[in-house]
Design a protein around this ligand. Structure first.
Ligand SMILES: Cc1cc2nc3c(=O)[nH]c(=O)nc-3n(C[C@H](O)[C@H](O)[C@H](O)COP(=O)(O)OP(=O)(O)OC[C@H]3O[C@@H](n4cnc5c(N)ncnc54)[C@H](O)[C@@H]3O)c2cc1C
Ligand SMILES: NC(=O)c1ccc[n+]([C@@H]2O[C@H](COP(=O)([O-])OP(=O)(O)OC[C@H]3O[C@@H](n4cnc5c(N)ncnc54)[C@H](O)[C@@H]3O)[C@@H](O)[C@H]2O)c1
Length: 479
């Protein structure tokens, strides 16, 4: 390190940025990260961790109620204060001392403030004292600034001070009535959480519930939400919003329906945090997602890397897969390829090579922590067909497996595998049911490993586990 010159400068200390910095330092280079809020990013304080903490207690209670013997021991409902308290601790009480300590121990320099490009490889950081500090990168700058909630242009919405996922994740009280605009992952999880915490929830799901998943997933989540008392309005869109002086939010839908709520949560997708990072100074349009090549170098309109290839993007901001685990996976590839290029070592950029994030293309796992959980990896049947893959779809009733029946009385679930008929490998799998999250990694390995179906017959699931669904799926496929 020489003054404010580092081998690598990383903009954003979320899961992607932290991991890039870690990899380059492990590879023998110096690194600085620039962070304007809390080290750890969205995931740690306002997204993955607090939302899953909000959901977990109700899931545990539901599980106990599904097993006689345990059911009788449950003598009251959720302790909301305890749930919120546990959530606070999983959000580290919105204090990043622990993460800063980790950066320190890993030998990564931290500059607090808003980072903006002033020219190629040069970033200016403006912190709380308003005095700018200039950082220069010898080899690379990595943009890992993440994304923020997108707000639609609905008349009156902004003035009504809507919640985004941040306010929902960090809520200090449970609203009596919560309206949710959106039907995707955030909307479905937060409807599940707040209904369990006692809110009367109305969901306006213009495009349906979990529309990108296999259709049975959205249907089952819709059914469960309705059983939990949520009013799920499918195909319904907000036309105008107004918060009156008493604090009540009034939503009028395009169909003329009226919905009243104490809070309205907007969950319609994300926008990249690239509006105010000085992209113009390096020839890129502000506010845009950052497209990248296979080794995650930012590319221009011509598809070629910017400059001499010094600019990279990892995590949400490149829009490949808006998930923490995929951002961290990309970060490992980015960190390692920057080190390889800096040292003049060979770059392994072939498919599934060390320096690329091939899994982003067709092997992304995701768990939606609704009731039931939806765990999926790879392509849905519709996506595989659209991609020109000749497929066969195999379905099985997850509740008909001995392990499921033991797991919970009345276990309801469904499993689907999508087989590439030309290659005889699984290209997608979706599981819907209680506690299926932990089953997903087997499917991910089958998809990434492109394990032939005739070999999968030799991967014998233990009896009596829910995993026996794998055997049933193979039997349904035939050998
Ligand atoms: C409600 C919700 C729940 C989610 N749950 C899950 C889940 O269960 N599992 C999962 O895998 N994913 C989940 N996600 C997605 C996950 O949160 C993101 O994919 C992940 O946080 C992206 O990591 P990142 O490092 O790219 O960006 P971020 O986590 O957004 O971090 C970016 C960091 O950059 C900083 N920054 C931005 N601009 C600048 C600048 N100019 N200068 C300095 N610093 C800057 C920000 O302050 C932030 O700290 C969830 C998302 C939401 C909204
Ligand atoms: N468990 C998890 O892995 C998890 C949990 C939460 C969020 N996330 C990540 O965060 C990202 C953001 O989640 P999200 O739910 O905000 O986005 P999303 O893309 O999952 O869903 C957005 C939904 O809003 C709908 N929509 C879009 N514009 C609309 C409008 N104007 N009015 C009404 N509906 C509209 C879309 O049809 C879609 O169903 C996701 O991409 C996801 O990867 C992951």
């Amino acid at each position: 390190m020489d003054g404010n010159t580092y081998d690598v400068v990383v903009l954003g200390a979320g899961p992607a940025g932290e991991n890039v910095a870690d990899r380059v330092v492990r590879g023998g280079l110096s690194a600085a990260v620039v962070e304007r809020e809390l080290v750890g990013g969205e995931c740690a304080y306002w997204a993955c961790m607090p939302t899953k903490a909000l959901l977990r207690s109700a899931a545990a209670l539901r599980a106990a109620r599904q097993v006689p013997g345990a059911r009788e021991a449950v003598t009251s409902g959720l302790d909301v204060a305890a749930v919120l308290g546990r959530r606070d601790s999983f959000a580290s009480h919105w204090n990043d001392d622990g993460q800063v300590g980790w950066l320190d121990s890993a030998g990564i320099a931290l500059h607090r403030g808003q980072g903006r490009f002033v020219s190629a490889k040069v970033v200016e950081v403006t912190g709380g004292d308003g005095v700018p500090v200039t950082l220069t990168a010898r080899h690379a700058v990595v943009v890992a600034t993440g994304s923020s909630a997108l707000l639609p242009d609905v008349p009156g919405l902004r003035e009504a001070a809507p919640w985004t996922s941040r306010e929902a994740a960090a809520a200090s009280a449970v609203p009596g009535r919560l309206a949710i605009i959106g039907g995707g992952v955030v909307a479905s999880e937060m409807a599940t959480a707040f209904a369990a915490l006692g809110s009367s929830v109305t969901m306006l799901a213009r495009g349906g519930v979990l529309p990108r998943a296999e259709p049975f997933a959205g249907e089952r989540v819709t059914e469960a939400l309705r059983e939990a008392g949520v009013s799920v309005r499918l195909g319904v869109e907000a036309a105008s919003v107004h918060r009156d002086q008493g604090g009540t939010v009034h939503i009028t839908t395009t169909g003329g329906e009226r919905v009243e709520a104490d809070e309205v949560l907007v969950a319609i997708g994300r926008t990249p945090n690239t509006q105010d990072i000085g992209l113009g100074a390096v020839g890129l349009p502000p506010g845009a997602w950052l497209p990248v090549d296979d080794t995650l170098r930012v590319v221009g309109e011509d598809g070629a890397p910017i400059g001499d290839g010094w600019l990279y993007a990892a995590g949400d901001v490149n829009r490949r897969a808006l998930l923490t685990h995929q951002g961290k996976y990309q970060a490992r590839a980015v960190g390692d390829v920057i080190v390889a290029r800096a040292k003049g070592e060979a770059v392994e950029d072939g498919r599934w090579g060390r320096h690329v994030a091939t899994a982003d293309e067709r092997a992304v796992p995701q768990v939606v922590f609704t009731e039931p959980e939806i765990a999926s990896v790879g392509l849905t049947a519709a996506a595989a067909t659209a991609a020109g893959v000749r497929i066969r779809v195999v379905d099985h009733d997850l509740g008909a497996v001995a392990g499921s029946a033991l797991h919970a009385d009345g276990y309801r679930g469904h499993a689907r595998m999508v087989v590439d008929e030309d290659r005889k490998v699984i290209v997608g799998c979706t599981l819907a049911g209680p506690d299926v999250a932990e089953l997903l990694h087997a499917a991910t390995i089958a998809v990434v490993g492109e394990v032939p179906l005739d070999r999968l017959w030799h991967a014998v699931p233990s009896f009596p586990t829910v995993s026996e669904v794998w055997l049933r799926l193979l039997e349904a496929y035939g050998r």
